[in-house]
Design a protein around this ligand. Structure first.
Ligand SMILES: Nc1ncnc2c1ncn2[C@@H]1O[C@H](COP(=O)(O)OP(=O)(O)OP(=O)(O)O)[C@@H](O)[C@H]1O
Ligand SMILES: [Mg+2]
Length: 274
């Protein structure tokens, strides 16, 4: 366990009303680390992230943000320390990119609610880092999927928090923009010591851009460690139901999986041309 964790949970339960997703979930996220949450659809990754971000209250137990129970903190105080890019976001009608990104400064503005010079600088930087300069005055609902995803990322960046939670940040992005975003996240971690927790479906990206991978299945943590400890053929078989090889990336040395085929148990494998 981290000595001075940015986020800590001890045996919490998560879920929605009577639908329990995880029980006895204990996580300790070290300050300045990069953690990826991986796992099959429905395994509880977004539920975990939303609970860490206080978008969802734990059904039992508490989440500690820098040592304080997050559910007892004022919203502005949480939003000054932690930003989240959710998996699903609603597009406010007619809002432009710059208007959306400005919202990231609301936790920081003074009593009069006016944006100040440092707020303008943070907004300008978030737009530049996500390469959205040409879109600033476009309504969000007129953007392509990838442009829209970057606008939401810019909103999270404008908050300038020490913790960034990202739920599938590369969804909708082409391969160039995927790498651009993951490099950006890593540079924020390296240069500003931002703590990163991200949900990624691309296991090779997770291995290359994280210090730690946490694999979830059925709401439980089934593997937790350095990428080369977690990304194994056994995990791919048991957690994802896929037969795969794991090799070392010839350039970076990080583990890289090559999925070959889904494993169908019994006779329920689907047949084509039935
Ligand atoms: N709002 C909700 N109300 C009730 N159940 C929900 C709700 N959101 C998710 N669930 C259920 O909780 C479980 C975990 O969902 P979650 O969204 O955490 O999965 P995930 O690992 O993020 O999956 P994906 O990779 O598809 O995003 C699933 O069984 C899902 O159907
Ligand atoms: Mg999800």
């Amino acid at each position: 366990m981290a000595a001075d964790p940015a986020i800590l949970t001890e045996g919490i339960s998560t879920g929605y009303g009577r639908h329990v997703v995880s029980q006895r979930l204990s996580l300790s996220v070290e300050k300045g680390s990069r953690t990826s949450l991986v796992g099959p659809n429905g395994s509880g990754k977004s539920t975990t992230l939303k609970t860490l971000a206080r978008l969802l209250a734990p059904l039992a137990g508490a989440v500690y943000l820098n040592g304080q129970d997050i559910n007892g903190l004022p919203t502005r105080q949480v939003a000054r320390q932690m930003a989240i890019l959710p998996q699903v976001h609603e597009v406010p009608a007619e809002l432009t990119v710059v208007e959306l990104v400005e919202q990231g400064r609301f936790p920081h503005v003074g009593a009069l609610g006016m944006l100040r010079r440092q707020d303008d600088d943070a907004i300008e930087e978030a737009i530049r880092l996500t390469r959205l300069e040409e879109f600033v005055h476009r309504p969000i609902d007129t953007l392509s999927g990838g442009e829209r995803q970057r606008a939401w990322m810019a909103l999270a960046l404008a908050q300038q928090t020490e913790i960034l939670l990202l739920d599938e940040p590369t969804t909708f992005l082409d391969v160039g923009h995927q790498l651009d975003l993951l490099e950006l996240v890593s540079s924020l971690n390296r240069d500003r010591r931002v703590t990163i927790v991200m949900v990624l479906h691309d296991l090779n990206h997770a291995a290359r851009f994280s210090d730690r991978m946490i694999a979830m299945s059925g709401g439980d943590v089934v593997a937790d460690g350095a990428p080369d400890e977690v990304l194994t053929p056994g995990l791919l078989r048991e957690c994802f139901g896929v037969e795969a090889a794991v090799v070392a990336d010839p350039k970076t040395g990080s583990p890289m999986c090559i999925p070959y085929a889904p494993i169908h148990s019994g006779s329920d494998g689907r047949e084509l041309n039935e």
